[in-house]
Design a protein around this ligand. Structure first.
Ligand code: AMP
Length: 280
């Protein structure tokens, strides 16, 4: 695996890829890699001749400074994991390459996808995500880019960005990889104690329960039942919403195809998110 850190190295790679006309698949990450990230890389390698993974912790998408400071950094393990899993290129830019002084970030209207859930509780988060992903796309110029449904609202925002700017990039959604007990893999799980890891599986149990309730209750009734479950839990619920999978609008009386439940909850001071399709 080759590590690309500078603009010159990136330009040399672009020249090489263009002359060979190979399909480039791209997996953007913030590092602290786990098998969820690796599943994206595996899919990318199946579908594309060349795989590029980036590790960049984007300061713009952290509305909470402490969260940014505490974000885990495991670069040497990440490099090992990517090498073992056949990644061709690791793009490891510093902030000045992503945001040079004269850089004018792209502005895309995402309001309709941004007033609820993550957008509501993490103001500025998706504006930061759009800026960094657009910039990474501009630098890497992939044909395909791989994103996890674990971050369901992020996937919707990126899909909307690509569509509204008519970017020639296919966004490939990838399913959530879980621990055996159902806990969705996340870089933030590294900060959970083993007792907290057990408590956090409660989120998965709620998601499963949601699917069972959805067959007999309305979305509103399902939501009320699921929210009530958190009263008995150690976790502190931030939001639990049942939404349409495309518009992310809350559902009330009627299920729509692929309706999802999305949850954010705190386990101690660690914020976890997860989601699940409730109906076919
Ligand atoms: P992050 O490093 O958290 O920004 O995540 C980078 C990419 O990996 C995003 O597209 C995430 O949705 C995806 N991802 C994170 N966790 C998982 C998981 N458990 N399963 C599948 N994809 C994931």
């Amino acid at each position: 695996m080759q590590i690309i850190r500078t603009k010159d190295e990136l330009n040399a790679l672009q020249d090489e890829l263009k002359s060979n006309r190979q399909d480039v698949g791209f997996v953007p990450t913030m590092g602290a890699l786990h098998q969820g990230h690796i599943s994206l890389l595996k899919k990318c390698r199946q579908e594309c001749a060349v795989s590029v993974v980036s590790i960049f912790v984007n300061p713009l998408q952290f509305n909470n400074k402490e969260d940014l400071q505490k974000y885990p950094n495991t670069l040497s393990e990440d490099i090992e994991l990517l090498t073992e899993n056949g990644c061709d290129y690791l793009f490891l830019p510093d902030v000045s390459l992503i945001y040079p002084d004269d850089y004018q970030p792209i502005v895309v209207s995402i309001d309709h996808l941004n007033h609820q859930m993550e957008g509501k509780y993490r103001p500025g988060h998706f504006e930061g995500v759009v800026k960094v992903v657009y910039r990474l796309f501009e630098l890497i110029q992939p044909q395909k880019a791989y994103f996890g449904t674990k971050d369901f609202q992020q996937l919707a925002v990126i899909t909307h960005m690509v569509k509204s700017l008519s970017l020639p990039i296919e966004i490939v959604p990838c399913e959530t990889i879980r621990e055996e007990d159902g806990l969705a893999m996340s870089s933030r799980n590294m900060r959970l104690s083993s007792a907290q890891k057990k408590e956090a599986t409660f989120i998965y149990q709620v998601l499963i329960k949601g699917r069972a309730l959805a067959s007999s209750l309305t979305p509103e009734e399902t939501r009320n039942e699921l929210v009530a479950l958190f009263e008995e839990s150690q976790l502190e619920l931030e939001y639990l919403e049942i939404v349409d999978s495309e518009t992310l609008s809350p559902l009330d009386q009627t299920w729509l195809p692929k309706s999802r439940v999305c949850i954010a909850a705190y386990c101690g001071d660690i914020r976890l998110i997860d989601n699940f399709q409730l109906v076919g």
